[in-house]
Design a protein around this ligand. Sequence first.
Ligand code: MG
Length: 175
Amino acid sequence: MLEKLAPDFFVRSVYDLDLDTLSAKGIRAIITDLDNTLVSWDDPLPNAGLQDWLKIVRGKGFSVYIVSNNSPERVRKFAKAFGVPAISKAVKPRRRAFRLACEEMGVTLAETAVIGDQIFTDVLGGNRLGVYTILVNPVSRREFFGTKIMRKLEGLILRQLNRRGLLKGPGNNSK
Ligand SMILES: [Mg+2]
């Protein structure tokens, strides 16, 4: 069970993604979480830095898709401003929304990476599908009430993963 919660790689933020390394792995599509992965959960719009990042990512030939558990109102507004297709109310870690995003991008699971800040939704969901999973540190400490509770449990799991050497990458600060 613990292995299913282990990300393939752990970075500080989306800005730290090594796009050339992902390309070399055959990955050409990125499914990203929204809240606390791209911006903080109460930030309604993408900032200029994130828009620049998207240009770089697309310039390297990657397709980008947002898969979020948040509401249609929140996700639609952000995704429209960002210019990226999105699925809201995705019910991650269920696999359906990830599969749909891959289908719409016209890529296989092996060509896809899932990126997010939560191991019980983003990482577990991606691992259940066998795609390459990348954990990021949350953008902000400000969080939705329900997420705060999950973070306590997540902290326990992250310590376990770290102890077993299953948290590889520069996002792991506990080394
Ligand atoms: Mg998130």
